[in-house]
Design a protein around this ligand. Structure first.
Ligand SMILES: Cc1ncc(COP(=O)(O)O)c(C=O)c1O
Length: 468
């Protein structure tokens, strides 16, 4: 294939994409494939001679789509949605085609400056004060790791970077058990160690208890350890749990801890002012992560990190060998110095396209619809004696168990979930809550309509009756 063939293939692929979206709702959501089945159909070695694009594309059509789980399906209610609005898809095609590496200002002036503008747009959209600026990462996992490394180095007065940790005081960081596993991973990768991520007790609303936080920090100080940072969650993955940020950051600040807020999923809802009470006190955070690639229609990957003092992060992560100097220009931002990889994709373009194409009003409407429809769905399960709502959240997420004749049984609940997902009309995932298996339902797809959400009850009820 030659570059001059691109217009022809762009049209062919565009047609395929159009057909894919037009018929997506007719496909089973979760792939119907056994492990190894696809591998068995791919030759064991790369071809020696070039192949025609037509043949490559035909093999793609035959082998790949049916072997994929369809994340943009209107009835994908598993994990968190990784939305791709049409405007985002178009932007990504442009970015893929220009294929630039945006690590310093000079390698990508427009990407750097648009990234700064988009951080500003999003900051204002979610009601954060101008105390914050920030950057775009690939994932919340990266943003959280950057924040945890910064909290570690700040507590060590930036000595760990050169001297290592073997003679350093034992760093401790704090989070509730409702946080995402990316926090555990950050504790591991930062050299702090997972045993030194203290899981602070929660109350009946699944929020971190500020008194338990204070006790844990004080205990560590008394034992000669060094408390470094606090990680709070707004919209925990399993059940939407939210910490009370104002109360917990107040405690943390008394001990001079660095505070990071993981609002990877639910942070998007803050574009609706009515939700902002939930993260009251967020302005006291030092770092906040929100993933537009979850609930904002900006396709994977796009994760925003807002920082109150970006210099602390660049002091931790920035390195500038001679070849990365921006000769001839001063006072420019080189975003690689605030993150882990050197190479960076041009992620701001899709955010720009999406925010303009939908407008904040369109995105607010989508989020409000999801929340309302899921609340309505939850009431249908509530009024059915064969089901128990186990956790509810202010956002579009609840968990439930199958309890025929009032009997609690994990195997019944998981058995029902397997039947539901094999059926293919909808896709849900499992979770655990207080040692119980539950079915987790969340809606966040740009493609879903109220009927799609309501269908969850119909499908689950039908398959539960068949089990009974
Ligand atoms: C609350 C929360 N934080 C962090 C993550 C990790 O996100 P990412 O895949 O962007 O690393 C997730 C993923 O679902 C999440 O739900």
């Amino acid at each position: 294939m030659r570059y001059s063939d691109l217009p022809e293939w762009a049209t062919k692929v565009g047609d395929w994409v159009g057909r894919y979206y037009a018929t997506l709702g007719e496909r089973p959501v979760r792939a119907r494939i056994s492990p190894g089945e696809l591998m068995a159909q791919i030759p064991s070695e790369a071809p020696e001679e070039p192949e025609e694009m037509a043949r490559i594309f035909s093999d793609f059509e035959t082998l790949i789509p049916d072997a994929m789980t369809h994340w943009q399906h209107p009835r994908f209610f598993a994990y968190f949605n990784a939305n791709a609005s049409p405007a985002s898809i178009v932007a990504e095609q442009i970015v893929n085609s220009m294929a630039c590496n945006c690590f310093i200002w000079q390698t990508s002036p427009a990407a750097t400056e648009l990234e700064m503008c988009m951080i500003e747009w999003f900051r204002k959209a979610v009601g954060l004060t101008d105390r914050f600026s920030g950057l775009i990462h690939d994932s919340a996992t990266t943003a959280t790791l950057c924040a945890v490394l910064t909290m570690r180095e700040r507590a060590l007065n930036w000595r760990g970077l050169n001297e290592g940790l073997s003679h350093a005081p034992q760093i401790r960081i704090y989070a509730s058990p409702e946080n995402h596993s990316s926090i555990d991973k950050a504790a591991r990768l930062s050299g702090i160690g997972q045993n030194h991520l203290v899981k602070v007790a929660t109350d009946e609303s699944l929020s971190m208890r500020p008194d338990s936080l204070r006790e844990a920090i004080q205990r560590d100080i008394n034992q000669g350890r060094r408390p470094a940072g606090l990680i709070l969650c707004v919209g925990g993955t399993a059940n939407g749990a939210c910490d009370r940020i104002a109360e917990c950051t107040k405690v943390a600040k008394e001990f001079d801890l660095y505070c990071h807020v993981d609002a990877a999923w639910a942070g998007a809802a803050m574009i609706c002012p009515e939700f902002r009470d939930i993260w009251k006190g967020v302005e006291y955070a030092d770092s906040i992560v929100i993933n537009p690639h979850k609930w904002t229609g900006v396709q994977f990957d796009c994760s925003l990190q807002f920082l109150a003092e970006p210099k602390l992060q660049s002091k931790t992560l920035g390195l500038r060998p001679e070849y990365l100097e921006t000769l001839g220009v001063n006072n420019v931002t080189n975003f690689n110095e605030f993150s882990i990889p050197l190479g960076r994709r041009f992620r701001a373009l899709k955010l720009w396209f999406v925010l303009r194409s939908h407008g904040l009003s369109g995105l607010r409407q989508m989020i409000r619809n999801h929340v309302r429809w899921v609340e309505h769905l939850q009431t249908r399960f509530e009024s059915d004696p064969d089901f128990e709502i186990v956790t509810a959240s202010p956002f579009a997420l609840f968990t439930f168990a199958f309890t025929p004749s009032g009997r609690r049984s994990d195997s019944q609940t998981l058995g029902l979930l397997e039947r539901v997902n094999d059926d293919g009309r909808i896709y849900l995932t499992q979770s655990r809550h207080q040692d119980r298996s539950v079915i987790r339902m969340t809606a966040g797809s740009m493609n879903c309509r109220e009927d799609d959400v309501m269908m969850v009850y119909d499908v689950v009820r039908e398959l539960a009756s068949a089990m009974n």
